[in-house]
Design a protein around this ligand. Structure first.
Ligand code: ZN
Length: 219
């Protein structure tokens, strides 16, 4: 079984208190920091660019798990790599040169991942399995807030888990992940859990601990 990891999503953090909130995450031994890059085009919202990633990199040791919700990610890879992203995931739907993008990330010595929006079938990534370190399955529509977890995605997680076989690929889930949906996804085969609203809602430390408990993550 793949080791479970927690990747709190900074989009849900309070921007006025981000330094303290990241410190709480660090003190609670989260594995990754999830950074959503949104271009107002692939998704309607806008968020975090390469300059923000650089600032985060300079101020925390938590590896940065950068989720590119942008059209034509190939235009931005160089900047995001230079900024210090440790893991870069790009949407299958966002580019005509997926394989090349993944190779570019790998050549730079970073971990490369591919993301599947809810309507995308796992068969679309069958031929990139040998170049990816991570597959991210969206469990809500990308880039929109306040959505309900899509239970149909549990079957997709099972399909991706079966496709990945014994390859060293992390299976990440993103969207409405709390102490209940995380367990459902874990049982279906996911091992990296993005959580935003649930963790940052109020007591950050307590919610991180709760997720670590239900996922059997050692602190
Ligand atoms: Zn994300």
């Amino acid at each position: 079984m793949r080791t479970a990891k927690l990747s709190p999503s900074l989009f849900a953090a309070n921007i006025f208190d981000m330094k303290n909130q990241i410190k709480i995450l660090q003190n609670n031994h989260v594995d990754l920091l999830h950074v959503d890059v949104m271009d107002g085009n692939f998704v309607s919202r806008m968020a975090f660019g390469a300059d923000h990633i650089r600032m985060l990199k300079e101020n925390t040791d938590i590896p940065l798990d950068v989720h590119m919700m942008v059209i034509n990610p190939e235009k931005h890879l160089e900047a995001v790599i230079a900024a210090g992203a440790d893991i870069i995931t790009i949407h299958q739907e966002a580019t005509n040169c997926l394989y090349h993008c993944l190779q570019t990330i790998k050549k730079a010595g970073r971990k490369a991942g591919v993301v599947l929006s809810p309507a995308t079938h796992p068969a679309n990534i069958e031929y990139v399995l040998d170049v990816v370190d991570m597959i991210l399955i969206m469990t809500v529509n990308p880039g929109e807030g306040g959505q309900k977890f899509l239970p149909d995605m549990l079957n997709k997680i099972r399909q991706v888990h079966a496709m990945a076989k014994d390859r060293d690929i992390d299976i990440e889930v993103d969207g409405s992940i709390d102490d209940k949906t995380a367990v459902l996804c874990r049982n279906a085969g996911a091992n990296v859990f993005v959580s935003g609203g649930y963790i940052f809602n109020n007591d950050i430390g307590q919610h991180v601990i709760k997720l670590q408990q239900v996922l059997n993550i050692k602190r």
